[in-house]
Design a protein around this ligand. Structure first.
Ligand SMILES: [Zn+2]
Length: 312
């Protein structure tokens, strides 16, 4: 069978262990040579029945699965379900809930929830390059009652521009490029200026609304700053923040429609997921699937971290 193009084809394709293995090997070792995660030796053999590889090197844990060193490590869930779940999540335009994964793939809802979070981790591919050219900046506030928040997050809850008990999110969008969004403590000058400097290349044109905290961002000619005063109009030539506002409305639709109750504690994961979809909006489902899958290696997320028992 050739490369799957639809969810149904993907589920059929990955129901065969040999296809899962071939796919994982292709993603991890582009030269096709499986190497031992302990000693990097190529002297390994596949144990068909156990679906494990065995290294001939003399060291403990000589048997290993293709999940070792990926976001799937330590998970009892099979690669068939994992890879299908990635396809589901990467292709769902408005996000997908753990209940939908649970029903579609026949895993428990709790497992589905954990899978979703691990896959989001693979969607966090942060490019190191700064945004440039025309960059829109804005903040928004995501609801959430303060009493539901973890304590440390509650302390950061916004008291100013957006109202009590909401979480402030800052977004930066390069026109015709990618969008970045992050939870911020407060939408004050210090926070917003730092975020712009960290993410936007010097000399770029920065567009914002009239929020006073953006004042002075063009100091020492670091940026060209154009302001659209929403009290007067929303567009003035190329001066507007419609791109980032479009992203906010997509984000809020996703949060309302699919993720009924998002803990503010987990919000940053949803932001990354939505930013990923936004960036990949022009590709097809296979392309989005491969983008996520190419990030599988080297990212692990422990359950403890996920439920907030340890600091981020
Ligand atoms: Zn070895």
């Amino acid at each position: 069978m050739e490369t799957p193009k639809t969810l149904q084809q993907a589920i059929v394709y990955f129901s065969k262990p040999e296809n899962c293995n071939a796919f994982m090997i292709m993603m991890r070792w582009p030269d096709g040579k499986v190497r031992c995660p302990q000693c990097d030796s190529e002297n390994v053999t596949y144990l068909e029945k156990a679906r494990l590889f065995k290294c001939y090197g003399k060291h403990p844990k000589a048997k290993f699965s293709l999940k070792v060193g990926t976001i799937f490590e330590d998970s009892p869930i099979g690669l068939d379900k994992w890879l299908s779940a990635i396809w589901l999540i990467a292709s769902a335009k408005n996000g997908i809930s753990s209940y939908e994964i649970h029903r579609a793939l026949g895993v428990t809802q709790k497992s589905a929830w954990f899978m979703l979070h691990r896959i989001r981790l693979a969607m966090q591919k942060k490019s190191l390059a700064k945004l440039s050219g025309h960059v829109e900046v804005d903040e928004t506030y995501i609801g959430g009652k303060a009493r539901n928040m973890h304590k440390w997050k509650r302390e950061q809850a916004i008291q100013g521009r957006g109202g009590v008990g909401k979480v402030a999110v800052m977004g930066l969008l390069e026109r015709d490029g990618e969008v970045r969004a992050q939870v911020i403590g407060e939408a004050d000058q210090d926070t917003l200026h730092k975020a712009v400097k960290r993410n936007v290349r010097r000399g770029s044109e920065v567009f914002s609304d009239g929020w006073k905290a953006y004042n002075g961002i063009d100091e020492r000619s670091r940026y060209i700053h154009s302001v659209i005063n929403h009290a007067e109009k929303y567009v003035d030539g190329n001066v507007h923040t419609n791109g980032i506002e479009n992203f906010w409305s997509l984000l809020k639709r996703t949060l309302k429609g699919t993720y009924v109750s998002v803990e503010p504690f987990h919000l940053f994961r949803y932001l990354d997921e939505q930013a990923f979809r936004f960036k990949k909006r022009t590709g097809n489902d296979l392309y989005r699937f491969l983008e996520v899958a190419s990030n599988l290696v080297g990212k692990r997320l422990e359950y403890k971290t996920l439920i907030g028992e340890t600091a981020q």
